[in-house]
Design a protein around this ligand. Structure first.
Ligand SMILES: [Zn+2]
Length: 415
């Protein structure tokens, strides 16, 4: 008896399952840059891209590129993609869905023999997470022409350099520079990604259009007080660095809560000397602050800093804040956001615009071309970077319908 053909969403989820099994620690999912699993997953993607009517290849850094020609050969291309590497014990849709979804769209074009005035390239970026070498977004940096060749000397935990690993993989360190895309031949970049947060889920929406990838600043904070005997120093005469830090943490939380779309997190804290009967004399804690624009991020950081300074002064401790990393916001192109919103409408879906708190390949691609992102609801409370990450077949199908509609109606920016 012929079996019922699987629904388009179910086909994508089944493919995500196939890729999730290409892992170094099955049944968990861990697939890092330039690993044997990277090679196997790349070969599988090439096969699916070819079946969808694309010419596909693996490039010098390990990205998989599938190209579906337009009405004329060598037409400028709309790029659509996401990353194929994972964190350790990852979810199976993070990155991968943004590759499988456009493959399904091209497959539809191919089946209906539709050619557009532009080419489509589906890209599976080799490395976004940076698990193996500690440098992130390597695949998109290569295409954006911002790959720093000094990164090739970085070594993994076993002392293997990226250069050696790339050669063993079959890549070519000397050809990375030549991967840089010509902005004139590139019409835009679209990334479809699981939200990795609970916003769409909590509002009962399947999809959202991203406004910007957040600006972020990371600090190392140090608080110096005075260590002393827990039994002999009266409460009124203490300079307790940990109690001061606790007050700062709560102020940081309160300030981020009162501002729209900002987040601030203290993820690690360490107190010295760390004994039960000693007043903590020194504390180090990290602070990660993010906001939808550089200006909002700078305002947030200034407010956090002055609140912490006031607490330090009041408590008689010394505070120093050292900036570890500062990333600027990447704003999504208004004309692409608008076209995504119109596609949502045509698919009878409500519009929800939201910022992305996490970094994505689109951030880097945005340096050479207009970019936009479509977020897909993340089930299970919005958990991601975890094996409990969930996406439904219905949401996968809706995202594919919207992306397909977007592609069919896509208009490059008028110059
Ligand atoms: Zn991702």
């Amino acid at each position: 008896m012929p079996t019922q053909p699987a629904s388009p969403g179910a086909v994508i989820l089944a493919r995500a399952d196939v890729l999730a099994a290409i892992s170094e620690d099955v049944p968990r999912l861990t697939r890092v840059f330039l690993s044997k699993e990277h090679r196997l997953a790349a070969a599988q993607l090439v096969q699916w891209m070819q079946a969808a009517g694309m010419h596909a290849h693996i490039d010098a850094i390990g990205n998989v590129i599938g190209r579906y020609e337009g009405q004329h050969p060598n037409a400028p291309a709309l790029l659509i993609g996401s990353h194929m590497d994972s964190v350790r014990d990852a979810g199976r849709y993070d990155g991968i869905f943004g590759i499988l979804c456009p493959i399904a769209c091209v497959e539809r074009l191919h089946q209906s023999d539709t050619r557009l005035p532009f080419a489509i390239e589906v890209i599976a970026f080799a490395d976004e997470e940076g698990v193996r070498f500690g440098a992130t977004l390597l695949g998109s940096h290569a295409l954006a022409g911002s790959f720093d060749l000094a990164w090739l000397d970085k070594c993994d935990a076993n002392g293997c350099s990226m250069r050696e690993a790339l050669r063993a993989f079959g890549g070519d360190p000397n050809a990375i520079a030549s991967l840089a895309r010509d902005p004139a031949a590139t019409l835009g970049f679209i990334e479809v990604h699981i939200e990795q947060g609970p916003v769409l889920l909590s509002e009962g929406r399947a999809l959202g259009v991203v406004s910007a990838i957040a600006a972020s600043t990371r600090f190392q904070m140090r608080v110096e007080g005075l260590a002393g005997h827990a039994g002999t120093v009266p409460m009124g005469l203490r300079q307790d660095a940990l109690a001061a830090s606790a007050e700062m943490l709560l102020a940081i939380e309160r300030i981020a809560q009162t501002r729209a779309d900002t987040v601030a997190t203290v993820g690690r804290i360490e107190a010295q000397p760390g004994a039960i009967n000693v007043i903590p004399g020194q504390v180090a804690f990290t602070l990660d602050a993010r906001a939808p624009s550089n200006t909002l991020r700078d305002q947030l950081c200034a407010e956090l800093q002055s609140a912490c300074d006031a607490i330090a002064q009041h408590r008689g401790v010394r505070l120093t804040a050292h900036v570890l990393q500062q990333l600027n916001a990447a704003t999504c192109a208004p004309h692409l956001m608008q076209q995504l919103e119109t596609s949502l409408k045509r698919c009878a879906l409500p519009t929800r615009i939201l910022p992305s708190g996490a970094g994505h390949d689109a951030m880097v691609m945005g340096s050479i071309t207009d970019m936009a992102m479509l977020f897909v609801r993340c089930g299970n409370g919005g958990i991601s970077h975890h094996s409990d990450e969930i996406m439904t077949a219905e949401d996968a199908a809706l995202a594919t319908d919207v992306l397909h509609d977007f592609i069919l109606h896509f208009q490059p920016r008028s110059t």
